[in-house]
Design a protein around this ligand. Structure first.
Ligand SMILES: [Zn+2]
Length: 193
């Protein structure tokens, strides 16, 4: 997996947290979140009073300890904040659902338009109630692609708009199992398992 810009970590991280919630029926605890982050190849460089700092060559993830809410900020290791993203996971008592969202850390300066739909998981049945298009990023000779599985694609095609880029909200042009976005420069690749 390639981790360059914050979105390349935020999307697979949200997906992993969503998968954990659907399996376990709860938010991951601190240690479990550490394992998830290390699983992405991030190195833990500091852990102090619950605040965790994780880094890869291009990214830094900050994990903030909060009651009943997971907050992970992902920023470029260059210190550039305009593309920083925050992954938030919580149990919404009114909705009786778990929510995992990806938000720009800095609304005013964020250059893209996060087209990413939140993950909403029914608190009782643990069924997915929204239509998030999440995956991980892989690089090939044509560029960097968000790789999604066949199930995610079918749900997206059935309930969403496959011509809207899930990363930036721009327009996607499909060619077979690959789509290209001129706005953000990422693509989407469907890999059926
Ligand atoms: Zn795009």
């Amino acid at each position: 997996m390639k981790l360059y810009e914050p979105v390349t970590l935020a999307m697979p991280l949200a997906k992993e947290i969503g998968g954990f919630i659907r399996r376990e029926g709860r938010l991951p605890a601190g240690d479990e979140l550490r394992e998830i982050l290390k699983g992405f190849g991030l190195e833990e460089s500091c852990l102090d009073r619950g605040l965790g700092v994780y880094r890869s060559k291009f990214l830094i993830a900050l994990v903030f300890p909060r009651e009943e809410t997971i907050v992970v900020d992902v920023i470029s290791s260059s210190g550039e904040l305009s593309d920083a993203l925050e992954v938030i996971a919580y149990h919404d008592k009114k909705l009786e659902a778990f929510v995992v969202e990806i938000l720009p850390t800095n609304d005013l300066e964020y250059e893209g338009n996060v087209g990413i739909e939140p993950i909403i998981i029914d608190g009782e049945t643990l069924e997915l109630e929204s239509n998030p298009v999440l995956g991980h990023f892989e690089e090939d000779e044509e560029g960097l692609f968000l790789v999604i599985d066949g199930k995610t694609y079918e749900r997206w095609r059935g309930e969403g708009d496959i011509h809207t880029c899930p990363i930036c909200g721009g327009e996607l042009a499909w060619k077979g199992d690959k789509a290209y976005c001129q706005d953000c420069g990422y693509g989407v690749k469907v890999v059926r398992g």
